[in-house]
Design a protein around this ligand. Structure first.
Ligand SMILES: Nc1ncnc2c1ncn2[C@@H]1O[C@H](COP(=O)(O)OP(=O)(O)OP(=O)(O)O)[C@@H](O)[C@H]1O
Ligand SMILES: [Mg+2]
Length: 418
């Protein structure tokens, strides 16, 4: 049997996987008929099984006892990767948790291919970690190790925005200069690529790639920033100690607002520290709400409500975040302006990176024919406006926001492994 190669887009928020077939790339269904799966793992303590994706989130939301993990990709290359998470009586390394998720994806590929898929192209952001080449290389080797330990033998990497460009290139009619924007949950990545119907068959495209750049800013940062601005103050963030000498320590609120750090609060030590914070607080009633969320393990549920409000603001002028979990009837109103204000600095880092991408390539914005958008965070209206305002004369093409990168990685797998 001819070996079949695959592509995996292990995303901060969502993942896809595809097979390179003779008639073109094909994403495989990962959960029911869905071609995408949330990058979520739930260790269910009640039945001692591990669940992935929507099912993982649903089990956690339904109140099953266990541990939910999200935004695992943001742990790669950071000191968190060496931490262990307590799963009932034993400690589990993050590399093994990521390995379990990769293994789930491999199983789906193997089932669809009817064989053991050994050749894989894994997507990677241009930078897993900003401004630290060693940590960045470490992140890639951690992901490669996870893939190798789960049965992939031949592992190649491709930049996520280049993969998006390969997907876009399938449909271009003539040669053009494209600026690829891929803004996901964890990172914003950019490439400037000469796409062309004639050149797409060429094996070596190095001459056509004018620039790659990226920054560790994405939708999970927007969630955190919105939470810190609008929700955490309701739990005591920004209030003073009762002696009026200082503000309460921000770190606990930061952890609760950051997807991949929430579980750090679920230890008896953190709980003792929070009680101490409450004791010293001028507003112990607010800190009590924080303690209640941690005690009930509602951190991911809260982050999910903040994310849902952010997404609602894509189509509506205002949205509500209900905090029923701490107090019946308590809720926070958020407006489009609140979101824009909360993420302002993060968005500026994104637009600065775009400007630097152009400068680095020696290309002015007016030479860009097309801006290709993919990734869920390109849906945020203020982000989209700000990005597009940098390219007043370019045509806008919107890709499959959640599938372009996976499809492109699969195209790349077909080319790299034949
Ligand atoms: N309609 C929407 N409006 C605003 N944000 C959205 C919308 N839909 C999804 N998002 C956000 O997009 C992000 C997920 O996008 P995507 O699935 O492209 O990321 P990813 O590929 O998992 O992450 P990365 O590529 O950074 O590793 C999440 O932060 C999500 O909240
Ligand atoms: Mg992505």
């Amino acid at each position: 049997m001819k070996p079949v190669s695959g592509g995996i887009d292990f995303g901060t928020s969502n993942s896809t996987a595809g097979l390179a077939a003779p008639d073109g790339p094909r994403l495989v269904a990962l959960e029911g008929d869905n071609l995408t799966i949330p990058s979520a793992v739930f260790f269910n303590f009640e039945d001692d099984r591990t669940y992935f994706g929507r099912r993982a989130i649903a089990d956690y939301t339904a109140g099953s006892e266990g541990r939910l993990l999200r935004a695992l990709k943001s742990v790669l290359g950071t000191s968190l990767i060496r931490e262990k998470t307590r799963i009932k009586a034993h400690q589990m390394a993050f590399t093994d948790i990521i390995g379990g998720f990769v293994s789930f994806l491999k199983q789906r590929l193997d089932e669809e291919a009817g064989q053991d898929v050994e050749n894989i192209v894994l997507g990677r952001p241009v930078h897993f970690v900003d401004d630290d080449a060693a940590a960045d290389a470490q992140a890639q080797s951690e992901l490669a190790a996870a893939a190798r330990s789960r049965g992939f033998r031949n592992i190649a990497f491709q930049f996520e925005p280049i993969a998006a460009a390969l997907d876009y290139e399938r449909n271009v009619q003539r040669e053009e200069l494209a600026f690829i924007v891929d803004m996901g949950g964890g990172t914003s990545d950019f490439s400037i690529v000469r796409v062309s119907p004639r050149r797409r068959a060429a094996a070596d495209r190095r001459d056509d790639i004018l620039a790659n750049a990226g920054v560790h800013v994405g939708g999970t940062d927007f969630d955190r920033l919105l939470s810190m601005r609008k929700v955490m103050p309701e739990l005591g963030y920004g209030t003073e100690t009762k002696d009026g000498k200082r503000n309460l320590p921000a770190a606990y609120f930061f952890d609760l607002a950051t997807w991949q750090r929430i579980n750090l609060l679920y230890t008896s030590r953190a709980m003792n520290e929070l009680r101490q914070v409450r004791y010293e607080a001028a507003r112990p009633d607010l800190v009590e709400r924080m303690i209640e969320i941690v005690r009930q393990r509602q951190g991911h549920a809260l982050a999910g409500k903040v994310e849902a409000a952010k997404i609602a603001l894509t189509d509506l002028p205002r949205a509500g975040i209900d905090l029923d979990m701490v107090e019946k009837g308590l809720s926070v109103d958020v407006t489009v302006a609140d979101l824009a204000g909360a993420i302002e600095t993060a968005v500026r880092r994104v637009t600065d990176t775009i400007a630097a991408t152009l400068t680095g390539a020696g290309v002015t914005a007016d030479r860009i024919d097309t801006v290709f958008l993919t990734g869920g965070s390109t849906a945020v209206p203020v982000v989209r406006q700000r990005v597009l305002s940098l390219f007043p004369s370019a045509r806008l093409v919107e890709g499959d926001l959640f599938g372009s990168v996976g499809t492109g990685l699969t195209i790349d797998a077909g080319r790299k492994f034949g």
